[in-house]
Design a protein around this ligand. Structure first.
Ligand code: FMN
Length: 324
Protein backbone atom coordinates (compact mmCIF):
# COMPACT_ATOMS: atom_id res chain seq x y z
CA UNK A 1 0.00 0.00 0.00
CA UNK A 2 1.16 3.53 -0.77
CA UNK A 3 0.17 6.80 0.91
CA UNK A 4 2.13 9.45 -0.96
CA UNK A 5 5.70 8.16 -0.80
CA UNK A 6 5.03 6.11 2.33
CA UNK A 7 4.99 2.46 1.38
CA UNK A 8 4.22 -0.29 3.85
CA UNK A 9 4.47 -4.01 3.71
CA UNK A 10 4.11 -4.49 7.47
CA UNK A 11 0.59 -3.12 7.41
CA UNK A 12 -0.10 -2.93 11.13
CA UNK A 13 -0.05 0.59 12.52
CA UNK A 14 0.01 2.06 16.01
CA UNK A 15 -3.15 4.17 16.49
CA UNK A 16 -2.94 7.75 17.75
CA UNK A 17 -3.71 7.76 21.48
CA UNK A 18 -3.64 10.94 23.55
CA UNK A 19 -1.57 10.42 26.69
CA UNK A 20 -0.21 7.10 25.40
CA UNK A 21 1.60 7.29 22.05
CA UNK A 22 4.48 9.56 23.06
CA UNK A 23 7.86 8.83 21.52
CA UNK A 24 9.15 6.33 24.14
CA UNK A 25 6.10 4.12 23.55
CA UNK A 26 6.35 4.62 19.80
CA UNK A 27 10.02 3.56 19.82
CA UNK A 28 9.02 0.39 21.68
CA UNK A 29 6.14 -0.35 19.28
CA UNK A 30 8.44 0.16 16.31
CA UNK A 31 11.02 -2.21 17.75
CA UNK A 32 8.31 -4.83 18.22
CA UNK A 33 6.94 -4.64 14.72
CA UNK A 34 4.59 -1.67 14.18
CA UNK A 35 4.84 -0.30 10.67
CA UNK A 36 3.54 3.29 10.85
CA UNK A 37 3.34 5.15 14.17
CA UNK A 38 0.92 7.97 15.00
CA UNK A 39 1.56 10.80 17.43
CA UNK A 40 -0.94 11.83 20.06
CA UNK A 41 -3.46 14.32 18.67
CA UNK A 42 -1.96 17.79 18.39
CA UNK A 43 -3.96 20.99 18.91
CA UNK A 44 -3.63 22.87 15.60
CA UNK A 45 -4.42 26.27 17.06
CA UNK A 46 -1.91 25.89 19.93
CA UNK A 47 0.69 24.81 17.38
CA UNK A 48 -0.02 27.86 15.24
CA UNK A 49 0.57 30.04 18.30
CA UNK A 50 3.93 28.35 18.96
CA UNK A 51 2.87 26.82 22.28
CA UNK A 52 5.94 25.12 23.88
CA UNK A 53 4.01 22.20 25.36
CA UNK A 54 2.48 21.41 21.99
CA UNK A 55 5.87 21.57 20.28
CA UNK A 56 7.34 19.21 22.88
CA UNK A 57 4.77 16.62 21.75
CA UNK A 58 6.28 16.71 18.26
CA UNK A 59 9.62 15.19 19.19
CA UNK A 60 10.50 12.18 17.05
CA UNK A 61 13.47 9.81 17.40
CA UNK A 62 15.33 8.29 14.45
CA UNK A 63 14.54 4.75 15.68
CA UNK A 64 10.85 5.42 15.03
CA UNK A 65 11.07 5.21 11.26
CA UNK A 66 7.84 6.44 9.72
CA UNK A 67 5.63 8.66 11.85
CA UNK A 68 2.24 10.25 11.06
CA UNK A 69 1.28 13.36 12.97
CA UNK A 70 -2.36 13.88 13.88
CA UNK A 71 -3.95 17.30 14.28
CA UNK A 72 -7.32 18.38 15.63
CA UNK A 73 -9.24 21.62 15.46
CA UNK A 74 -12.28 23.23 13.89
CA UNK A 75 -10.91 26.37 12.25
CA UNK A 76 -9.75 25.73 8.70
CA UNK A 77 -7.18 28.56 8.87
CA UNK A 78 -5.42 27.15 11.97
CA UNK A 79 -5.56 23.62 10.61
CA UNK A 80 -3.94 24.89 7.40
CA UNK A 81 -1.29 26.80 9.37
CA UNK A 82 -0.52 23.70 11.46
CA UNK A 83 -0.21 21.59 8.30
CA UNK A 84 2.26 24.07 6.87
CA UNK A 85 4.39 24.10 10.06
CA UNK A 86 4.34 20.31 10.31
CA UNK A 87 5.28 19.84 6.67
CA UNK A 88 8.30 22.11 7.12
CA UNK A 89 9.56 20.29 10.21
CA UNK A 90 10.56 17.41 7.94
CA UNK A 91 9.93 14.78 10.65
CA UNK A 92 6.65 13.33 9.51
CA UNK A 93 5.45 11.21 6.60
CA UNK A 94 1.75 11.96 6.84
CA UNK A 95 -0.63 14.53 8.31
CA UNK A 96 -3.76 12.93 9.73
CA UNK A 97 -6.86 14.91 10.66
CA UNK A 98 -8.80 13.83 13.74
CA UNK A 99 -12.51 13.54 13.00
CA UNK A 100 -13.17 10.73 15.46
CA UNK A 101 -12.39 11.88 18.99
CA UNK A 102 -15.52 11.47 21.17
CA UNK A 103 -14.35 13.46 24.23
CA UNK A 104 -16.84 16.21 25.17
CA UNK A 105 -14.06 18.78 25.67
CA UNK A 106 -13.26 18.26 21.97
CA UNK A 107 -16.72 17.75 20.47
CA UNK A 108 -18.19 20.80 22.25
CA UNK A 109 -15.87 22.91 20.08
CA UNK A 110 -17.11 21.21 16.91
CA UNK A 111 -13.86 19.21 16.72
CA UNK A 112 -13.07 15.48 16.49
CA UNK A 113 -16.14 13.31 15.84
CA UNK A 114 -18.45 16.39 15.95
CA UNK A 115 -17.17 17.11 12.43
CA UNK A 116 -19.11 14.07 11.22
CA UNK A 117 -22.24 16.09 12.06
CA UNK A 118 -20.96 19.08 10.12
CA UNK A 119 -19.66 17.67 6.82
CA UNK A 120 -19.47 21.13 5.25
CA UNK A 121 -16.98 22.30 7.86
CA UNK A 122 -15.16 18.94 7.74
CA UNK A 123 -14.56 19.21 4.01
CA UNK A 124 -13.59 22.83 4.25
CA UNK A 125 -10.93 21.78 6.79
CA UNK A 126 -9.70 19.02 4.47
CA UNK A 127 -9.55 21.47 1.60
CA UNK A 128 -7.54 24.02 3.61
CA UNK A 129 -5.12 21.42 4.95
CA UNK A 130 -4.59 19.98 1.46
CA UNK A 131 -3.69 23.45 0.19
CA UNK A 132 -0.83 24.01 2.66
CA UNK A 133 0.38 20.47 3.36
CA UNK A 134 3.41 19.21 1.50
CA UNK A 135 2.69 15.76 2.96
CA UNK A 136 -0.07 13.27 2.18
CA UNK A 137 -3.24 14.09 4.12
CA UNK A 138 -5.37 11.40 5.74
CA UNK A 139 -8.51 11.52 7.86
CA UNK A 140 -9.53 9.32 10.79
CA UNK A 141 -13.22 9.13 11.61
CA UNK A 142 -15.94 6.88 12.99
CA UNK A 143 -19.05 5.07 11.83
CA UNK A 144 -21.12 8.19 12.50
CA UNK A 145 -22.26 10.37 15.39
CA UNK A 146 -24.91 7.96 16.70
CA UNK A 147 -26.98 4.99 15.49
CA UNK A 148 -29.47 7.42 13.89
CA UNK A 149 -26.85 9.22 11.85
CA UNK A 150 -24.53 6.60 10.41
CA UNK A 151 -22.76 8.35 7.55
CA UNK A 152 -19.33 6.71 7.27
CA UNK A 153 -19.71 5.70 3.61
CA UNK A 154 -20.92 9.10 2.48
CA UNK A 155 -18.29 10.81 4.63
CA UNK A 156 -15.56 8.61 3.12
CA UNK A 157 -16.69 9.34 -0.44
CA UNK A 158 -16.72 13.08 0.25
CA UNK A 159 -13.30 12.93 1.89
CA UNK A 160 -11.99 11.11 -1.16
CA UNK A 161 -13.53 13.73 -3.45
CA UNK A 162 -11.92 16.45 -1.31
CA UNK A 163 -8.56 14.89 -2.10
CA UNK A 164 -7.49 12.95 0.99
CA UNK A 165 -4.89 10.28 0.32
CA UNK A 166 -6.19 7.63 2.71
CA UNK A 167 -8.82 7.20 5.40
CA UNK A 168 -8.94 5.36 8.69
CA UNK A 169 -12.25 4.20 10.01
CA UNK A 170 -13.01 3.16 13.59
CA UNK A 171 -16.17 1.06 13.50
CA UNK A 172 -17.99 2.76 16.38
CA UNK A 173 -20.29 5.75 16.66
CA UNK A 174 -19.32 8.72 18.77
CA UNK A 175 -22.13 7.81 21.14
CA UNK A 176 -20.49 4.45 21.78
CA UNK A 177 -17.14 6.01 22.77
CA UNK A 178 -15.16 2.77 23.24
CA UNK A 179 -17.99 0.51 24.40
CA UNK A 180 -19.78 -2.31 22.61
CA UNK A 181 -18.22 -4.06 19.62
CA UNK A 182 -16.61 -2.25 16.72
CA UNK A 183 -18.68 -2.76 13.58
CA UNK A 184 -16.43 -4.26 10.92
CA UNK A 185 -19.34 -4.42 8.40
CA UNK A 186 -19.24 -0.65 8.05
CA UNK A 187 -15.48 -0.81 7.42
CA UNK A 188 -16.10 -3.37 4.68
CA UNK A 189 -18.77 -1.09 3.16
CA UNK A 190 -16.42 1.90 3.22
CA UNK A 191 -13.62 -0.17 1.68
CA UNK A 192 -15.92 -1.24 -1.16
CA UNK A 193 -17.01 2.36 -1.78
CA UNK A 194 -13.75 4.26 -2.18
CA UNK A 195 -10.63 3.87 -4.30
CA UNK A 196 -8.13 5.39 -1.84
CA UNK A 197 -6.52 3.07 0.75
CA UNK A 198 -8.59 2.26 3.84
CA UNK A 199 -7.13 1.54 7.26
CA UNK A 200 -9.39 -0.57 9.48
CA UNK A 201 -9.53 0.15 13.19
CA UNK A 202 -11.35 -1.17 16.24
CA UNK A 203 -11.05 -4.15 18.56
CA UNK A 204 -7.91 -5.89 17.32
CA UNK A 205 -6.62 -7.48 20.51
CA UNK A 206 -5.23 -10.78 19.23
CA UNK A 207 -3.97 -12.63 16.18
CA UNK A 208 -7.46 -14.13 15.83
CA UNK A 209 -8.99 -10.65 15.72
CA UNK A 210 -6.43 -9.56 13.13
CA UNK A 211 -7.15 -12.61 11.01
CA UNK A 212 -10.92 -11.98 11.20
CA UNK A 213 -10.80 -8.26 10.40
CA UNK A 214 -8.49 -8.89 7.44
CA UNK A 215 -10.92 -11.50 6.04
CA UNK A 216 -13.98 -9.41 6.83
CA UNK A 217 -12.97 -5.96 5.62
CA UNK A 218 -10.31 -6.49 2.95
CA UNK A 219 -8.80 -3.20 4.18
CA UNK A 220 -5.36 -2.04 3.07
CA UNK A 221 -3.88 -1.76 6.53
CA UNK A 222 -4.83 -2.26 10.18
CA UNK A 223 -4.52 0.06 13.12
CA UNK A 224 -4.23 -1.05 16.74
CA UNK A 225 -4.89 1.13 19.76
CA UNK A 226 -5.75 -0.47 23.09
CA UNK A 227 -4.48 -3.87 21.99
CA UNK A 228 -0.94 -2.49 22.01
CA UNK A 229 -1.11 -1.15 25.56
CA UNK A 230 1.27 -3.29 27.61
CA UNK A 231 1.47 -5.56 24.57
CA UNK A 232 3.62 -4.01 21.82
CA UNK A 233 4.46 -7.58 20.73
CA UNK A 234 1.07 -7.78 19.05
CA UNK A 235 2.60 -6.04 16.01
CA UNK A 236 5.34 -8.60 15.38
CA UNK A 237 2.98 -11.47 16.16
CA UNK A 238 0.51 -10.25 13.52
CA UNK A 239 3.35 -9.68 11.08
CA UNK A 240 4.55 -13.26 11.65
CA UNK A 241 1.01 -14.55 11.27
CA UNK A 242 0.51 -12.66 7.99
CA UNK A 243 3.88 -13.85 6.71
CA UNK A 244 3.02 -17.46 7.54
CA UNK A 245 5.82 -17.61 10.12
CA UNK A 246 5.79 -19.20 13.54
CA UNK A 247 4.27 -16.88 16.16
CA UNK A 248 6.49 -16.32 19.18
CA UNK A 249 4.74 -16.34 22.55
CA UNK A 250 6.08 -13.73 24.98
CA UNK A 251 6.83 -14.83 28.53
CA UNK A 252 6.15 -12.66 31.59
CA UNK A 253 9.91 -12.32 32.09
CA UNK A 254 10.37 -11.00 28.56
CA UNK A 255 7.50 -8.58 29.19
CA UNK A 256 9.23 -7.25 32.30
CA UNK A 257 12.44 -6.78 30.34
CA UNK A 258 10.57 -4.69 27.77
CA UNK A 259 8.83 -2.81 30.57
CA UNK A 260 12.26 -1.91 31.98
CA UNK A 261 13.51 -0.97 28.52
CA UNK A 262 10.47 1.31 28.04
CA UNK A 263 10.97 2.81 31.51
CA UNK A 264 14.67 3.52 30.91
CA UNK A 265 13.91 5.08 27.54
CA UNK A 266 11.39 7.37 29.18
CA UNK A 267 13.89 8.37 31.91
CA UNK A 268 16.56 9.06 29.31
CA UNK A 269 14.37 11.33 27.23
CA UNK A 270 11.84 12.77 29.68
CA UNK A 271 13.61 12.67 33.03
CA UNK A 272 12.66 10.99 36.30
CA UNK A 273 9.68 13.08 37.43
CA UNK A 274 7.70 12.82 34.22
CA UNK A 275 8.58 9.14 33.86
CA UNK A 276 7.39 8.19 37.32
CA UNK A 277 4.03 9.86 36.66
CA UNK A 278 3.49 9.06 33.00
CA UNK A 279 4.71 5.46 33.06
CA UNK A 280 2.32 4.31 35.82
CA UNK A 281 -0.45 3.46 33.38
CA UNK A 282 1.96 1.66 31.03
CA UNK A 283 3.39 -0.45 33.88
CA UNK A 284 -0.15 -1.34 34.96
CA UNK A 285 -0.92 -2.53 31.43
CA UNK A 286 2.27 -4.62 31.13
CA UNK A 287 1.65 -6.24 34.52
CA UNK A 288 -2.05 -6.96 34.00
CA UNK A 289 -2.76 -10.64 34.43
CA UNK A 290 0.73 -11.49 35.70
CA UNK A 291 0.87 -13.74 38.73
CA UNK A 292 0.82 -11.82 42.02
CA UNK A 293 1.25 -8.41 40.39
CA UNK A 294 -1.80 -6.69 41.94
CA UNK A 295 0.04 -5.35 44.99
CA UNK A 296 2.97 -4.20 42.90
CA UNK A 297 0.65 -2.31 40.56
CA UNK A 298 -0.87 -0.59 43.54
CA UNK A 299 2.54 0.25 45.07
CA UNK A 300 3.81 1.74 41.79
CA UNK A 301 1.03 4.31 41.94
CA UNK A 302 2.40 5.63 45.24
CA UNK A 303 6.15 5.54 44.67
CA UNK A 304 7.87 8.70 43.43
CA UNK A 305 11.38 7.38 42.86
CA UNK A 306 12.26 5.82 39.51
CA UNK A 307 15.07 3.77 41.10
CA UNK A 308 12.63 2.27 43.59
CA UNK A 309 10.17 1.39 40.83
CA UNK A 310 12.92 -0.25 38.80
CA UNK A 311 14.16 -2.20 41.82
CA UNK A 312 10.62 -3.44 42.39
CA UNK A 313 10.42 -4.63 38.80
CA UNK A 314 13.78 -6.41 39.09
CA UNK A 315 12.72 -8.10 42.34
CA UNK A 316 9.46 -9.17 40.76
CA UNK A 317 11.36 -10.53 37.74
CA UNK A 318 13.62 -12.49 40.09
CA UNK A 319 10.61 -13.93 41.90
CA UNK A 320 9.20 -15.15 38.57
CA UNK A 321 12.53 -16.79 37.66
CA UNK A 322 12.47 -18.67 40.97
CA UNK A 323 8.93 -19.89 40.31
CA UNK A 324 9.84 -21.11 36.80
C1 FMN B 1 -6.46 6.44 25.67
C2 FMN B 1 -6.90 6.66 24.24
C3 FMN B 1 -6.55 7.83 23.59
C4 FMN B 1 -6.95 8.04 22.26
N1 FMN B 1 -6.55 9.18 21.63
C5 FMN B 1 -6.83 9.33 20.30
C6 FMN B 1 -6.31 10.43 19.55
O1 FMN B 1 -5.57 11.27 20.08
N2 FMN B 1 -6.65 10.52 18.23
C7 FMN B 1 -7.46 9.60 17.62
O2 FMN B 1 -7.73 9.71 16.42
N3 FMN B 1 -7.95 8.54 18.30
C8 FMN B 1 -7.64 8.38 19.61
N4 FMN B 1 -8.07 7.27 20.26
C9 FMN B 1 -8.83 6.25 19.51
C10 FMN B 1 -7.89 5.18 18.95
O3 FMN B 1 -6.98 5.73 18.02
C11 FMN B 1 -8.70 4.06 18.28
O4 FMN B 1 -9.42 4.62 17.21
C12 FMN B 1 -9.67 3.38 19.23
O5 FMN B 1 -9.07 3.11 20.48
C13 FMN B 1 -10.20 2.08 18.63
O6 FMN B 1 -9.14 1.19 18.37
P1 FMN B 1 -8.77 -0.03 19.36
O7 FMN B 1 -10.01 -0.86 19.52
O8 FMN B 1 -7.65 -0.76 18.66
O9 FMN B 1 -8.35 0.58 20.66
C14 FMN B 1 -7.71 7.06 21.59
C15 FMN B 1 -8.07 5.90 22.27
C16 FMN B 1 -7.67 5.67 23.57
C17 FMN B 1 -8.06 4.39 24.25
Amino acid sequence: MKIGNFVTQGETFLAPMAGVTDFPFRVICKKYGASLLYTEMINAKALSYGDDNTFSMLEVKPEEGDVAVQIFGHEPEYMAEAASILSDLGRFKIIDINMGCPAPKITKNNEGSALMKDPKLAFSIIDSVKKTSKLPVTVKFRKGWDENSINAVEFALNAEAAGVDCITIHGRTREQYYSGKADWDIIEKVKKSVKIPVIANGDIFSIEDASSIIKKTGADAYMIGRGSQGNPFIFSQIKDFMGGNEIKEVSDIEKIDVMLEHYNLSIKYKGEDKTVREMRKHLGWYLKGMYGSAKMRDDINHINSADEVKQMMRDYRASLTQND
